[in-house]
Ligand binder design. Structure first.
Ligand code: G3D
Ligand code: MG
Length: 192
């Protein structure tokens, strides 16, 4: 993972790491964002990766890493060089909200993603009993845990695509500023 420009376009690639418990809807979201379509998903063993164009100077390489217990132990390996984190929550799975919150806290404490912006997708808003964005924000104590970075909580539904254009816009804006600061840091590191 890293800053790169594709052979065919001048767009810089931002690395987006999508994490969250198994069954939160990560793979469904990835394919809805990429193809605007819903695919039958299987539990992800390993990872899926897709490039998503933004129509601007940055394109997004989105890594969707499996969320089962044994996969969570390797999440750390994917954190290096992530420009933005997307953390997906099943907003109806009240029994596992604490578990989901603990996993997010662990990620945010990792030095490799210090200051990396995070977007929480409060998914499955189509289902009854889904916690809304405000409830997820409070439950996950976002203000405290993300005081050192940009963050945003977006309610969405991977099946209908509701909330995804807002998520895409926010992601693009976070990704652009990350790429810009990396370029500036690179200039300082390697002066003319
Ligand atoms: P994961 O990649 O995070 O493990 P998946 O999750 O994308 O595989 O989704 C797990 C299940 O949740 C799938 O259902 C999928 O259709 C469903 N799902 C994902 N997003 C939404 C949503 O916004 N609303 C609803 N109602 N369901 C959603 P199955 O039945 O195939 O397990
Ligand atoms: Mg999956």
């Amino acid at each position: 993972m890293g800053l790169a420009s594709s052979k065919h376009s001048k767009a810089k690639q931002a690395q987006i790491l999508m994490l969250g418990l198994d069954s939160a809807g990560k793979s469904t979201l990835l394919y809805k964002m990429k193809f605007n379509d819903v695919f039958l998903t299987m539990p992800t063993v390993g990872f899926n990766v897709e490039m998503i164009e933004t129509g601007g100077s940055v394109s997004l390489t989105v890594w969707d890493v499996g969320g089962q217990h044994k996969m969570r132990t390797v999440w750390g390996n994917y954190l290096e060089n992530a420009d933005c984190l997307v953390y997906v929550v099943d907003s109806t799975d009240r029994q596992r909200l604490d578990e989901s919150k603990r996993e997010l806290e662990l990620i945010l404490r990792n030095e490799r993603v210090k200051n990396v912006p995070v977007i929480v997708l409060a998914n499955k808003q189509d289902l009854p009993g889904a916690l809304d964005a405000e409830e997820i924000t409070k439950k996950f104590n976002m203000k405290k845990h993300c005081h050192d970075r940009n963050w945003y909580v977006q309610p969405c539904c991977a099946l209908t695509g509701e909330g995804l254009s807002e998520a895409h816009r926010k992601l693009t804006s976070f990704a652009k500023s990350c790429v810009k600061s990396k370029q500036e840091a690179f200039k300082i590191f390697k002066p003319d």
